[in-house]
Design a binder for this molecule. Sequence first.
Ligand SMILES: C[S@@+](CC[C@H](N)C(=O)[O-])C[C@H]1O[C@@H](n2cnc3c(N)ncnc32)[C@H](O)[C@@H]1O
Length: 233
Amino acid sequence: MNDAMSLGIHRLWKDDYVSSLKPGRKGPIRCIDLAGGTGDIALRILDHAREQYADRETTVDVVDINAEMLKEGYRRFKKTMYHNTPQVSFIESNAQALPEETFPTNTYDLYTIAFGIRNCTSVPDVLKEAYRVLKPGGTFACLEFSKVTNPLFNMVYDQYSFSVIPIMGSILAGDRDSYQYLVESIRKFPSQPEFAEMIKDAGFSSGGMHEGKGGAWRDLWGGIASIHTGVKL
Ligand SMILES: C[S@@+](CC[C@H](N)C(=O)[O-])C[C@H]1O[C@@H](n2cnc3c(N)ncnc32)[C@H](O)[C@@H]1O
């Protein structure tokens, strides 16, 4: 679905997202990637740490509510050097209620969630859990479809989203409804400033690598997607 919505650009956004977080720069870290079933983000984190900083100890716990998605991620990792190493693990769980026994408080240095929080029924609960499992000083980073800020570009984007995407979904996947839902869920998700406020309300400081004029986020492609970050105080 990400491919249809972004015409494959989501791969570039994911590269940008992970490299801007610089995993491994200050030495090995513990990461948790929520809604991470495809393994896309985990693989980028481990590759970045290894290739940029010769770090072979950074770890990623890939967590997803959907066992089938986790299986898909596991299958992909089987073809990589990280398979059967302590650097990656796959855990089925709900981002909104991470069990304390499996995910103790103050555990992780980096919490990532890419194109996942929009699918969760309670964003505040996800943020609360993210805050809990991060160590003080740890970073929350979310990549998500967002709001286009330029009105003219927004008209074109709306046209593409509401006319082209459901048709593509129907032709490519025989599933118009899911693609229609995708477009609508993007429109319903909070705007960049609203989401930044929610992150702040969860206790995060707006400090972080993407802090710009408007707050702790960075727009990608005029706001089609954005990266929000926060630091646990
Ligand atoms: C569009 S996929 C994104 C996967 C991956 N992060 C990526 O960018 O390729 C959304 C994922 O969110 C997962 N998901 C939805 N609700 C969730 C929840 N409450 N907790 C954990 N994962 C969830 C789905 O199972 C799915 O794997």
